[in-house]
Design a binder for this molecule. Structure first.
Ligand code: MLC
Ligand code: AMP
Length: 505
């Protein structure tokens, strides 16, 4: 058997040499063959080297979905650089923290994002260049000298992916090339992903789901992807009707929107080989409704930034709604008691832990935080609560970490609370997630104010300055006091219950 590739870029290069004329990406009607993307990636690598990027230095990708994003991703790896993917919704505060923490030297961006980056550029002395796709990128590429691209070693750092921590500031998860390659291999194996596949890829390419499942799987298997700038239910429905996709991956909100779209349409898409859902819980109702309307049983899987994909419902066997299936091939999972850390028998709820070649190296520059998430013998504590059935299917039933997931995006309440606590007129604040039909959960802030003139609109507007749109509270509720326990700690579950009750009234 051939040796497994040590990195995603190695798998990509092998596939590009094997089938240069094959379509790798279809983007806004334009075809990108493997050869074309390979050439663009090599030129980007050579330009980075000529510019002065040293091995291990960080390149941020802060731009919308496009072939250039992926060429720069692969090119950074061919130049021994480390990629920092950045959420395109991030505002000044979030950008400043990530660029500073990662010590980003060069950033590829686009005209829509650049003004936001310009707001913090002056505070980032290590950021030596910002290159905008279009003319600026073309000029940058003209500077490419002779550079012999080098395939990275599996042990080298590939990506620093920022994921919010419970303390509010996000931490950089360090993923090695071998983590990414091992996980892509496991995913392709489990989902029977081959060069014959064509993925309809509308997820953002700055997160695990779009980049490390969608793009990596495509490159790894030598398949094709129809890449969209962003998800839009009508556009996706049309592509499913007319295109040649064999697979679609989405967060539950996308499936809820596709179901809504289907209500206004007479025609139904032809059958796809595979629909996958993840990043947040897919409700059994959505699963069942999708099967009724689209005639397909969605395959639900579970992952996270630090570990990429952890568990999956089977491709061939029973896809059990409400569960996230079993560990991917070559990986392990277990449920432990949150205090004793001892494994629990089937059916009992505890913290889910995972172990295997997909588990990240640790948090960038944060040894204590890294130590906290590793249990004995290399088990990674996911912070997710759940149980495992007698026949090995995992169910996620809650979280040990305080986290809201809205439309597949993570929101850490502490980050918003810290921001609002600093706003004049706010005395106390608790941010919670309330159930939401479309987004799964929505962000709501309960505020005790010491200025009666403070309004909901003012608070929301204030958040707009510094927070990505999806983190902004959808509602602000003013309360007289926050429920606290004997130690004075705010009891979030009681805040949530009160808000849910008052909604029902
Ligand atoms: C956008 N908005 C959201 C939102 N997304 N609000 C709450 N929750 C969200 N998820 C807000 C915007 O700020 C804006 O508000 C308004 O909605 C319209 O913006 P938009 O850009 O038009 O939004 P839309 O296209 O409708 O986005 C919805 C969506 C998107 C579902 C397509 O959220 C999305 O792409 N989600 C995928 C997230 C993802 O990839 N997660 C994977 C993480 S990896 P305003 O007020 O500014 O107008 C991971 C590991 C794993 O978790 O297991 O995969
Ligand atoms: P992130 O830190 O953005 O990678 O988010 C990872 C978190 O998303 C996990 O720890 C889970 O809490 C959640 N998650 C991912 N997939 C699922 C799923 N299928 N069901 C429920 N939660 C999920």
């Amino acid at each position: 058997m051939a040796k497994s590739p040590a990195s995603i870029v190695e798998a990509f290069v092998v596939n590009a040499k094997r089938a240069p004329e094959k379509t790798c990406l279809l983007f806004e009607g334009e075809r990108w063959t493997y050869e074309r993307l390979h050439r663009r990636a090599e030129t980007f690598a050579a330009a980075l080297k000529s510019w002065g990027l040293e091995p291990g230095e960080r390149v941020a990708l802060f731009l919308g979905n496009s072939p250039d994003l992926l060429a720069a991703y692969l090119g950074t790896h061919l130049a021994d650089g480390v990629v920092v993917p950045v959420n395109t919704q991030y505002r000044r505060g979030e950008l400043g923290h990530i660029f500073d923490d990662a010590g980003v030297r060069l950033c590829l961006t686009d005209c829509e994002r650049r003004p936001e980056l310009d707001r913090v550029r002056g505070d980032l002395p290590e950021l030596k260049a910002v290159v905008e796709v279009g003319e600026e990128l073309d000029d940058f590429l003209k500077g490419a000298g002779n550079h012999e691209p080098r395939l990275p070693d599996g042990e080298d750092l590939a990506v620093i992916a920022y994921t919010s921590g419970t303390t509010g500031r996000s931490k950089g998860a360090m993923l090695l090339h071998r983590n990414l390659a091992a996980n892509a291999e496991a995913v392709c194996d489990a989902w029977r992903w081959t060069a014959d596949d064509n993925l309809l890829l509308t997820l953002p390419l700055f997160h695990t789901h779009g980049l490390m499942v969608g793009a990596h799987g495509t490159f790894f298997s030598g398949a094709s992807a129809e890449l969209h700038r962003k998800f839009d239910a009508a556009g996706v429905y049309d592509a499913l009707l007319e295109g040649s996709a064999t697979m679609f991956f989405g967060v539950p909100t996308m499936y809820v929107r596709l179901l809504r779209e289907a209500r206004g349409r007479d025609e139904r898409p032809r059958s796809l080989r595979l629909y996958v859902s993840g990043s947040a819980a897919l409700s059994p109702q959505a699963f069942e409704e999708f099967e009724e309307v689209f005639g397909e049983r969605i395959l639900e899987r579970y992952g996270m930034t630090e570990t990429i994909m952890n568990t999956t419902n089977p491709y061939e066997g029973e896809r059990r709604p409400g569960t996230v299936g079993r560990p991917f091939p070559g990986q392990e999972a277990r449920v432990v008691d949150v205090r004793s850390r001892e494994p629990l028998p089937a059916g009992e709820v505890g913290e889910i832990e995972v172990r295997g070649p997909h588990v990240f190296k640790g948090y960038w520059k944060r040894p204590e935080a890294t130590e906290e998430v590793f249990d004995r013998d290399g088990w990674f504590r996911t912070g997710d609560l759940g149980s495992v059935s007698e026949d090995g299917y995992y169910t996620i039933s809650g979280r040990a970490k305080e986290l809201i997931i809205s439309g597949g995006y993570n929101v850490y309440p502490r980050e918003i609370e810290e921001l609002l606590e600093g706003y004049s007129g706010v005395s106390e604040v608790a941010v919670v997630g309330l159930p939401d039909e479309e987004y799964g959960e929505r962000v709501v802030a309960a505020i005790v104010r010491d200025n009666r003139d403070l309004t909901e609109a003012e608070i929301i507007d204030f958040c707009r300055q510094d927070l990505a749109g999806y983190k902004r509270p959808r509602e602000v509720v003013f309360v007289d006091e926050l429920p606290r326990n004997a130690l004075g700690k705010v009891q979030k579950h009681l805040v949530r219950d009160q808000l849910v009750d008052s909604e029902g009234e």
